[in-house]
Design a protein around this ligand. Structure first.
Ligand SMILES: [Mn+2]
Length: 358
């Protein structure tokens, strides 16, 4: 074979490359159209039956020289790339995604602009037990210059025989304390029917880890004009977490704070495993503020300071921790709540590390 003939064959191969490229991209565009149609109809994007039928048809028409297994492998890759293209399109469309809205969402809580670059703290007892108990923590928080107070009125507990919270009475206590100390209060709501009532008493609706995929609750929280703090489910992937936030935002409520609170792993040294890398991932993938709950992620008082330092260093918008005037008599989470002197020491060690708005 002369060099001219070789060059000619190579040129033909080059031209075929470009034709294949054109065809693959043309197929990609059609697959995107299919994806949009499927999404509109609520059908799953991946259809293994159809994929098998397509492979069978291709192999029946394979005249070689490639082996069927080779052809099958190449087409599997093309199908996979098409599916990924649909997924990219899908996440591009998420309202919570940074692709949709590049600038940070700022959640305004009585003048505290969560997500503005300044790092903040949310503290308070695990459960509201009495007016005096909440007021004591509120006074300590206020003394430290904090503005955000948490307290559980409805407590979804692992055991049905554990303290379930004071309910609406607990919300009323929070409201009274919030007014007296000029604080914004956060409390968990577990029942979609309680949302309307709760918004009169609290400044932020918390949706807890166990309810992260309670879609009716998410939709109910999404349909009111009240900020929502959404905790990550204890076995939820970040994709599931982001989609849970999307449920809220898709109903019209864009005032959402995400909260990493540890996930279930094989490790038993801590109550949950704090997934610290979730913070920068969530900040890259979404435009929402991200908090870290150091109390429930560790379940250990001795880890509250180092994990809070990690949260601040990695760029969380704030840290949440439980504080109780007398943790040893607390009706829930007594092992990991801080008493007031411990809280003050904890906060004073963290204050020099806090990013303040430039
Ligand atoms: Mn708790």
């Amino acid at each position: 074979m002369s060099n001219t003939e070789l060059d000619l064959l190579r040129q033909q191969a080059n031209e075929l490359n470009l034709q294949i490229l054109k065809l693959i991209n043309e197929r990609g565009r059609i697959v995107q159209e299919i994806g949009k149609a499927k999404e509109a109809q609520g059908i799953n994007r991946y259809d293994p039956v159809r994929e098998r039928a397509m492979l069978n048809e291709i192999i029946e028409n394979n005249d070689g020289p490639f082996e069927n297994s080779t052809i099958q492998h190449i087409f599997k890759e093309i199908f996979k790339a098409g599916l990924e293209l649909q997924e990219d399109d899908h996440s591009k469309a998420l309202l919570v995604s940074r692709k949709k809205k590049p600038e940070n969402t700022i959640v305004d809580l009585k003048g505290e602009k969560i997500g503005d670059g300044e790092q903040r703290f949310i503290v308070g007892p695990c459960a509201v037990e009495s007016y005096e108990q909440v007021a004591e923590v509120a006074a300590a928080a206020k003394k430290q210059g904090l503005k955000l107070l948490r307290g559980g009125a409805f407590k979804p507990r692992t055991s049905p025989y554990d303290f379930q919270g004071l309910g609406v009475e607990g919300l009323q206590i929070l409201k009274r304390v919030a007014d007296e100390y000029d604080l914004a209060v956060i409390s968990e709501i577990v029942n979609p029917q309680h949302i309307e009532e709760a918004i009169d008493y609290i400044d932020v609706i918390q949706i807890g880890a166990r309810n992260m995929q309670n879609f009716e609750l998410l939709k109910a929280a999404g349909s009111v004009k009240k900020p929502v703090l959404l905790k990550r489910g204890l076995a939820a992937t970040l994709k599931e977490f982001i989609n849970a936030a999307e449920y809220i935002m898709s109903q019209g409520n864009d005032q959402i704070i995400l909260c990493e609170r540890g996930i279930r792993t094989y490790e038993t040294a801590t109550r949950n495993t704090l997934d610290i890398s979730a913070v920068p991932i969530l900040k890259q993938e979404t435009h929402l503020p991200v908090f870290v709950d150091v109390t429930h992620s560790t379940g250990r008082r001795d880890l509250l300071l180092p994990t809070a330092k990690a949260a601040l260093a990695i760029g969380a918008d704030g840290v949440m921790a439980e504080v109780h005037p007398d943790p040893s008599v607390a009706l829930s989470d007594s092992a990991q709540q801080m008493d007031i002197p411990t809280f003050e020491k904890w906060l004073n060690e963290l204050k020099p590390l806090v990013q303040v708005k430039a």
